[in-house]
Design a protein around this ligand. Structure first.
Ligand code: SAM
Length: 217
């Protein structure tokens, strides 16, 4: 990967040790992926010195790149396997999709804001990542063309679980989504499809930007 000097690699290793492992993230593949993806190339240039800090950062258009720990936590809870077909809703900077692209063979990621979608496409191209496809559009409706998915990761907070997304889960498929009655305050929900039945587990409170769309806010 280009522009990856020793100091960035060290900052990344520190992030993995102090923010992820120290807080209980144990999935080796998630730790390895987050130790490799150059997060500083997914933030605006003036934010680069903060790229490996323990928090979300602004990426323009009122949107954010999520806190590394929350990215790791959501990925770990999804128990991803190499062959899983994965949809991400909320490309933002593209960082989450890049980590996903390291964990599975193919990723489709959706972003409603064309400017962010374009910028993310540019980053994947610069990094020679050709297994991530960015679709511009309303991710609350999913992307039926490539459904069903073994895993769907939503990285914006909605008022409820979009039916379009549970409909696009394969048997045994998992959906990770922040849901809350107020904008900017949600709980992480893990929803698993078992035949016609959907089983929901409620996880920690989080603070994501709003999921805006037909089946969102
Ligand atoms: N995964 C991103 C990253 O690694 O940078 C962070 C995502 S950011 C917290 C949430 C993103 O979801 C924003 O870029 C926002 O524009 C996008 N978003 C909100 N509602 C959406 C929708 N219905 N469909 C697609 N993207 C949406």
């Amino acid at each position: 990967m280009s522009d990856d000097t020793d100091s960035w690699a060290k900052a990344r290793a520190d992030m993995v040790a102090t923010q992820l492992k120290a807080r209980g993230i144990a999935d080796k593949r998630v730790l390895e992926a987050m130790g490799k993806i150059p997060r500083h190339l997914f933030v605006p240039e003036d934010m680069q010195p903060l790229a490996y800090d323990d928090g979300a950062l602004p990426i323009g258009e009122g949107q954010t790149i999520s806190q590394p720990y929350i990215v790791a936590r959501m990925l770990e809870l999804l128990s991803l396997k190499r062959r899983d077909r994965v949809l991400e809703v909320g490309t933002g900077s593209g960082y989450g999709a890049a980590v996903l692209g390291h964990l599975v063979e193919r990723v489709v990621t959706m972003e409603r804001l064309p400017h962010l979608a374009r910028a993310a496409r540019g980053r994947f191209s610069n990094l020679d990542m050709d297994n991530v496809t960015v679709i511009t559009g309303d991710g609350t409706l999913g992307y039926p063309l490539k459904a069903p998915y073994d895993a769907i990761l939503v990285s914006a907070g909605g008022p409820s679980v979009p039916k379009a997304l549970t409909d696009q889960l394969a048997p045994g498929g998992r959906l990770m989504i922040p849901v809350g009655a107020a904008e900017f305050l949600q709980n992480l929900l893990l929803i698993e499809r078992h035949g016609a039945e959907l089983r929901t587990t409620v996880h920690e409170a989080v603070r994501f930007v709003p999921l805006i769309g037909e089946q969102g806010w």
